[in-house]
Design a protein around this ligand. Structure first.
Ligand code: FES
Length: 107
């Protein structure tokens, strides 16, 4: 279990209790944060895009080539930041306790 702070598109903040063993995308989608996760975590939709708090960028496993390619693909539609990640590629475990993410604009 990890508590993840989520900043919504309207600037609202909420702390989500997220169970270990899944992907952050699932918890964000189920909490109606605006994350859709249309492709189910297959890295082909980009609807799970979040901005990770800068203090967390180096604490998460690095992006894979496929994740980077998907982010690049949606970069024509939404603003990318150095902190952009696909939340379907963030595994939930105790190590992400206190992670803060902002929901990116819809693609
Ligand atoms: S859920 Fe589709 S890219 Fe993450």
């Amino acid at each position: 279990m990890a508590v993840v702070r989520v900043i919504g598109r309207d600037g609202s903040k909420q702390d989500l209790d997220v169970a270990n063993g899944g992907q952050l995308m699932d918890a964000l989608r189920d909490a109606s944060t605006g994350v859709q996760g249309t492709c189910g975590g297959m890295m082909s939709c980009g609807t799970c895009h979040v901005y990770v708090d800068p203090s967390w960028v180096d604490r998460l496993p690095p992006k894979s080539e496929d994740e980077s390619a998907m982010l690049e693909a949606i970069g024509e539609l939404v603003e990318l930041k150095p902190t952009s990640r696909l939340s379907c590629q963030i595994a939930v475990d105790d190590d992400i306790e206190g992670l803060c993410v902002e929901i990116a604009p819809p693609v």
